[in-house]
Every structure is written in structure tokens, then in C-alpha cells.
Design a binder for this molecule. Sequence first.
Ligand SMILES: Nc1ncnc2c1ncn2[C@@H]1O[C@H](COP(=O)(O)OP(=O)(O)OP(=O)(O)O)[C@@H](O)[C@H]1O
Ligand SMILES: [Mg+2]
Length: 246
Amino acid sequence: MGRPLLEVERVSVHFGGLAALSEVSLAVEPGQIVGLIGPNGAGKTTLFNVVTGLIRPARGEVRFKGEAITGLPPFKVCWRGIARTFQLVRILPALSLIENVLVPLYFGRRDGGAGEAEARRLLTLVGLEARADDPAHVLPLADRKRLEIARALATRPELLLLDEALSGLRAAEAQRLMELIRAIRAQGTTIIMIEHIMKAIMTLSDRVVVLHHGEKIAEGSPEEVAQAPAVIQAYLGPHAPSAASE
Ligand SMILES: Nc1ncnc2c1ncn2[C@@H]1O[C@H](COP(=O)(O)OP(=O)(O)OP(=O)(O)O)[C@@H](O)[C@H]1O
Ligand SMILES: [Mg+2]
């Protein structure tokens, strides 16, 4: 294995007395899809906030391509090559779809970026080219999620962080979005996806990392993680039948 694209080393975050993350470490190899799972409040979104510079950890380090990025402001993390989507979709509702993609495309670029042709290519990739000139606020949730992904891709990330991209979608919509996630990885973008939908995590992820109460409790292939007693307990509670008693 070569050098990891992203390394999170012993990161801790506290909110008052609550340990949202305790000494969490993980490494992501280029080209992987990593699933990040855990019950509600486990610290998943907080970890994305640390990696993208929204939250500075009390302790620990984040490295991207071998360089420390801990404490960099979000726009600088973005320039380094990390983009994200949000659990609650963030788009620019008053602007058209094409304008929504042009804003991050031009963001921080003196050369003006590749312009409208590139924005249209990204809208085509996510399946929204026919609606390029519609205002974003008319879109249903599934299309908002696609638009947000196009906006993230417009910053040309090497690493894309998806926070519950599939949640709230109907099965057929979720299936199509899973195909898009595969296509994005096939273009060379590494992905970490937070997801509650186990089927999606199990079919898409090369590796899965499990958080619970701010601690990493398991890591491995989807099959390994699904069978780990600590994971079964975290999801089903302390009275869950152990794997041995099946
Ligand atoms: N800005 C904040 N201030 C105070 N507490 C916070 C803040 N952000 C998160 N928390 C708390 O930290 C813990 C971890 O939250 P986080 O949002 O990372 O969980 P999560 O794993 O993403 O959960 P979910 O699956 O519900 O989205 C929770 O107890 C949450 O209430
Ligand atoms: Mg969350």
C-alpha cells in the first residue's frame, strides 16, 4: 500500500463535558470508498467537521497527502483538495442550477476556472443537465442532493466527504445515487461516506469504520465489521444476542 491520502491521528473533540471524539485514528487509501457508520450522536459528522476545518480538535492531527492540515480554515482545506456535502443539504436556492455549480467552480481561482462548459459537464454527470437554468429551490430532495454533489465536485476534490447522501431518498432514488457515487470514484475521487443505510454501506464500501460514543470501535471489510461483536452491541444494545449464540 502506498501513502494514505488522509490520515486522522488520535483526534479528540469535546463539547463542554461531552467527548464527541476520543482519540480517533484512521487512514484512507487513495481510490477507496470508506463507509463511516455508527449510531446517532456517534461523532461521524463531527469527524467530517474536523477534517474540513469547521472544528479544531482539542488534540490530534489531520494529514492530507502527508501534510498537516489541522486547524486550517475550511476554504484552505477545500483548496488542498477536500470537499464535502452536508447532512442537511446546502445549496443556493435562489440561483439557477448552473449558477450553483459556477460559484464553487470559480471559487479562489484567478484563471476563472473552466467556466460554463465544465459546470454543464458536472450537471450532466449528476443527471441534472436538463434543469440547468431552473432555480435550485424548485428541486425535490433527491435532485438537491445531486446538485450539492456537483457543487462539491466543482472544487475538484481528491477526497469527497458525503454526509448521509442517501438519507431521505426513496429506494429507487437511493439506488441511482449509489451508481453516481460509484461513477465518481471511477473518475479517481476517493470517498468517505457517512450512511445509516446498511445495504448501501455494505455494497459500496471497500472498508468500513465504526464510531460509537466518539470512539472507533471497529474497522475492516464490510463483512468483518458486520460480524464484530462490538458493532452488533452498539447497534442493538447490551442485551443483543452474541454472535456465538446464533
Ligand atoms: N456544535 C456542537 N455543540 C455541542 N454539541 C455538539 C455539537 N456538534 C455535535 N455535538 C454533539 O456531539 C455528539 C456527536 O454529534 P455528531 O453530529 O458528530 O453525531 P453523528 O454521528 O453525526 O450523529 P447523526 O447520525 O445523528 O448525524 C452528539 O452528542 C451531538 O449532540
Ligand atoms: Mg451526523
